[in-house]
Ligand binder design. Structure first.
Ligand code: HEC
Length: 116
């Protein structure tokens, strides 16, 4: 009996460990870097190379030297906020429940730093 209770305690605590780890991750969602957020929300369309609709479209509109969002000099913070909230022709808008204003700012920090 004693052994059984011990085994039970061991099992329950082992089962709790993964949940504790998940909790810690969810407690800090706003700590994600601008680069990380860019990778999640923007890279699929705006990374360099073929197969990225944003890059291909902007290459057609502005030429190859102004096609990669990350490298562009001509973007600024208000334009980034505007594009994310309103969408931009083919680009869909994003809701504040998906990307908060503060996260858009962090994406902008990353993009504007990269573009220099
Ligand atoms: C589903 C694809 C898609 C996603 C995802 C996407 N974009 Fe776009 N984006 C586009 C396309 C396409 C254009 C070009 C619009 C056009 O000219 O038709 C564009 C244009 C822009 C522009 C305007 C650039 C200019 O000077 O004209 C900005 C700024 C921008 N995107 C920012 C972002 C940011 C920041 C994210 C991530 C939060 C993002 N986009 C995610 C497709 C996307």
């Amino acid at each position: 009996m004693r052994i059984r209770i011990f085994a039970l305690v061991l099992l329950t605590s082992a089962a709790l460990v993964p949940f504790a780890a998940i909790d810690a991750q969810q407690a800090e969602p706003q700590k994600r870097s601008g680069e990380d957020l860019y990778q999640q929300w923007c890279a699929g369309c705006h990374d360099p190379g073929p197969g990225h609709p944003g890059t291909m479209r902007m290459e057609g509109d502005f030429g190859p030297e102004n096609s990669v969002l990350r490298d562009m000099q001509a973007i600024n913070r208000p334009l980034i906020h505007y594009a994310v909230r309103q969408g931009f022709q083919m680009m869909p808008p994003f809701r504040p429940t998906e990307i908060t204003d503060e996260e858009v700012d962090r994406i902008a920090d990353y993009l504007l730093e990269e573009g220099q």
